[in-house]
Design a protein around this ligand. Structure first.
Ligand code: GDP
Ligand code: MN
Length: 352
């Protein structure tokens, strides 16, 4: 057998009663959910799942952000789902970070959005979705409601955790020097980000940013023949100056736990500013998952990134369920569509 060089094992491989794990130590951390008033039922369902599987034992605060004023109904229903004794903040997003920046040509943006919509690019015709992706890529971590915190756990409406989480992932990440954690890695839709990889790669070359194994894991070589069949067009466009290809593998950001010091670092801020000035959040439909992933791959060491292999997670009709021997009390969805693991495997090979 190979010597064990696993840079990212699960934090725990056995289950325990959370109350025995649950010291009084807490990380400086919060949940964050971005939602609309119309998301109320999905928000309640997500909150209930997180509270039941984890937070009833740990009591971390919740922050809810909206680009509009919260409805009384949302605050009441969601407040009830969070329950007693947990701090809850309902806040709004300043218009300065939710809307076209002044350098964007709005006519051009609307034209491009229409065109992408006709071509079937998911959400491309929805102006607010573009604002959302830009906010989640470059501004959430500076929101006054999140500024006091170091770690955040992102929650979306209509998600479910299917295993018990009997330990504190914020503390574990802290102890193991992890900056970014994810549950699902899968393929980005190439037509949302035709020029993103090229631009980040140019930036990386210009700034002489060193290539990390994680960056390499998102490049195509070992899967090229298989991928070319699958993503011919997107691959052609997602080639950088050296001819490297992004294989479109990315980390799903609708669940992520991050040390926001990473996003608040000058390296990430500069990368975001460069992308923002390019305009691809509007002229294309860059998603925050692709931006976070390429940022993480470019700027973090592989051992600073954690895969929650012991967690079960469901969203948008996809699920991951832990392998035999991992996870506690999992109740994965019968017949739920499992995420294929080719993309994840290419990342795992860099840390195992
Ligand atoms: P998907 O996961 O990419 O299919 O997109 P979602 O519809 O789940 O949106 C992603 C996240 O952004 C969710 O947390 C939504 O509640 C939130 N979101 C999307 N559009 C808006 C918007 O216009 N306003 C607000 N406040 N939240 C939004
Ligand atoms: Mn979603």
């Amino acid at each position: 057998p190979r010597p064990s060089t696993n840079l990212d094992p699960p934090f725990y491989t056995t289950c325990h009663d959370p109350s025995t794990m649950n010291s009084t130590a807490r990380a400086n951390a919060t949940f964050m959910m971005l939602a609309r008033n119309s998301d109320v039922s999905g928000a309640v369902q997500s909150v209930k799942s997180v509270q039941a599987q984890f937070n009833q034992h740990f009591g971390y605060p919740w922050v809810f952000l909206n680009d509009e004023e919260w409805s009384e109904e949302f605050k009441m229903e969601v407040g009830k789902a969070v329950g007693e004794g947990v701090s809850v903040t309902f806040d709004t997003i300043p218009w300065e970070v939710w809307g076209f920046p002044m350098w964007i040509d709005r006519e051009k943006a609307r034209r491009k959005m229409k065109k992408m919509e006709r071509e079937g690019v998911m959400y491309a015709g929805e102006e607010s979705y573009h604002h959302m992706c830009r906010f989640q890529s470059g501004f959430f971590y500076d929101h006054p409601a999140l500024l006091p915190y170091k770690f955040y756990w992102r929650v979306e409406p209509d998600i479910r955790f299917t295993c018990a989480i009997p330990y504190d992932p914020f503390l574990s990440m802290s102890q193991h020097d992890k900056k970014y954690g994810y549950a699902i890695a899968l393929w980005e839709r190439g037509n949302t980000v035709p020029s993103l990889f090229r631009k980040i790669s140019d930036y990386k070359a210009r700034r002489h940013v060193r290539t990390t194994p994680l960056w390499t894991a998102l490049m195509a070589p070992s899967y090229a023949p298989w991928l070319i069949r699958r993503f011919v067009l997107s691959l052609l466009r997602n080639r950088d100056g050296k001819g490297d290809l992004w294989n479109m593998c990315h980390l799903w950001s609708n669940f992520e736990i991050a040390d926001m010091e990473f996003f608040r670092s000058s390296a990430y801020r500069e990368l975001f500013r460069y992308l923002d000035e390019d305009g691809g959040f509007y002229y294309e439909r860059w998603g925050d998952a692709a931006v976070h992933s390429l940022g993480v791959a470019m700027l973090l060491r592989p051992d600073e990134v954690h895969w929650f292999s012991d967690w079960g997670y469901v969203h948008g009709g996809l699920q991951v369920c832990p392998k035999e021997g991992l996870g506690c009390g999992c109740e994965c969805e019968e017949g739920g569509r499992e995420v294929e693991t080719v993309c994840l495997d290419s990342i795992r090979r860099t840390v195992e």
